[in-house]
Ligand binder design. Structure first.
Ligand code: GDG
Length: 451
């Protein structure tokens, strides 16, 4: 068996600046997970070459497999990526109804780009291939692949929440999307809730022949727990700050789903409600640039920075600022050292398919406590975290205060339990669980075809 993996982003990109070309390894949970699977099985990885020197590398051998790139012109990129994927589907699948954009023509562009991906799949598929398509940007790929006459086994993994069927139905193209995804032989989600919602969408959009129970599964994406727990970072970057007290930490892509403003407001509420905390903690908020070509994200950055400025201006002084804000991408090594030494991780998205950061923090932390939103898929796996509703600023402030005052014994008990769960259901477990299920379904299919 070999894989034909299809994702919007590539595992590596080529950039050219100042006359020099550099190879950029793309980080992030999905790419890392699939890279491991590809190193074992080999095959072809089809993805959108968005590096400014990728054109020189339409096909490239990389660490034991082939990367085959699709290229998009400006209009295609805009309609496919900025408009339909990130302007329509992303807010819809995170329950942000007022942000869902209905731009004429963008679905046509999205559809044409998905067809391009499907054509590349057809070109790269042989008898031995299992096709594995990922995420909301590529929902129409399974349907197009079938239309091109490819009968190979298709796995489709959906990485973001699947909303309730009533909510999903506000999308004018709801039926086209479900009709395509159900062309896959196996569909996986991060939680049972998303799987249940998907099943209801299928029922509502009448998919009588689709056996939802057999062909859908919920496997929560794991992390490479060995990698995160091996951290032996001798230098604690937070040491100076910790002289004042506890350090609260977070890292997120800049996105309205991550609840960054509510989080800053909850830290302000701690100061108002518990004045004894003044000068006795820091909140280190790291924000990674994301979707920087989408105008909404540019506005979001400004709003967040104004709020942080206001809070620091109102509550800080020349010696102490409550929020230390950084807007940049950091190396893995730096990130790991923050995970290792932070006292509290404050991970409170308004809605998140899973949230890998919470699992990474648990694996790497020395003696930290995790505050986690109930609306992150990872909350189903980490019940020993302090679970909060990110819309309840007051309760979040109380929870932060509780975390600041928690006994070492309780922190350790909770952290150990979470470490066990993150290690047991790690990345290897996730890949093996999906492969095992796929093999069972493939064997069933063979048996049916033989009768
Ligand atoms: C989507 C879904 C689902 C971030 N900044 C830096 C950096 N990162 C890494 C983190 C983590 C990944 O990026 C972010 O993953 P999340 O899961 O937290 O969030 P999304 O990007 O929104 O991911 C999400 C995921 O897909 C997988 O299915 O969990 O729900 O929205 O791995 O560590 N890494 C480094 N520097 C940074 O500045 N090195």
């Amino acid at each position: 068996m070999r894989y034909v993996i299809v994702t919007s982003r590539c595992p590596v990109s080529h950039d050219r600046s100042g006359g020099r070309e550099t190879l950029r390894r793309n980080v992030g949970g999905v790419v890392t997970a699939l890279h491991q699977a590809m190193k074992v099985h080999g095959g072809v990885w089809i993805c959108w070459g968005d590096g400014n020197a990728d054109m020189n590398y339409p096909v490239e051998e990389y660490e034991g497999y082939t990367v085959a790139r699709i290229f998009l012109n400006r209009n295609e990129k805009h309609g496919f990526y900025d408009e339909y994927s990130n302007g329509t589907l992303w807010p819809l699948f995170h329950y942000f109804r007022e942000r869902v954009r209905y731009v004429e023509d963008s679905f046509e562009t999205y559809s044409a780009v998905n067809r391009k991906f499907a054509e590349a799949v057809a070109k790269n598929t042989d008898n031995d291939s299992v096709i594995w398509v990922h995420d909301y940007q590529l929902s129409l790929v399974p349907g197009f692949v079938r239309k091109l006459g490819i009968a190979n086994f298709i796995i489709f993994t959906w990485h973001i929440p699947w909303v309730s069927s009533e909510f999903f139905n506000i999308l004018p193209q709801a039926k086209e999307i479900v009709d395509s995804i159900t062309q896959a032989d196996m569909i996986t989600f991060h939680t049972e809730l998303y799987r249940k919602n998907f099943r209801e969408s299928c029922e509502r959009l009448s998919q009588p022949d689709f056996n939802v129970d057999d062909r859908t599964s919920a496997y929560s994406l794991g992390i490479d727990s060995d990698y995160y727990s091996r951290v032996e970072e001798p230098v604690n970057p937070l040491e100076t700050l910790q002289k004042n007290g506890r350090v609260i930490f977070s890292i997120d892509r800049l996105d309205y789903t991550k609840g960054l403003i509510n989080r800053a407001l909850s830290v302000e509420r701690v100061l108002k409600k518990y004045p004894d905390t003044r000068g006795r903690f820091h909140y280190v908020m790291m924000v990674t640039p994301s979707r920087t070509s989408v105008s909404e994200y540019i506005r979001m950055k400004r709003d967040l920075e104004m709020e942080i400025g206001r809070i620091n201006g109102s509550h800080g002084d020349i010696k102490w600022q409550p929020i230390i804000y950084m807007y940049s991408k950091v190396s893995d090594r730096v990130l790991l050292s923050y995970y290792r030494y932070a006292d509290i991780a404050l991970i409170t998205p308004l809605m998140d398919g899973l949230n890998l950061v919470s699992k990474e923090f648990v694996a790497a932390s020395g003696n930290g406590i995790l505050i986690l939103s109930e609306f992150a898929g990872a909350a189903f796996n980490l019940p020993q975290a302090l679970i909060v509703n990110p819309n309840d600023i007051n309760a979040m402030a109380d929870t932060i205060y509780t975390a600041m005052n928690m006994s070492a014994g309780e922190i350790e008990r909770r952290l150990e339990a979470m470490k066990t769960s993150v290690t047991r259901r790690n990345l290897k477990w996730w890949i093996e669980a999906i492969e095992k299920r796929a093999h069972t379904l493939m064997a069933n299919r063979k048996a049916i075809n033989a009768t």
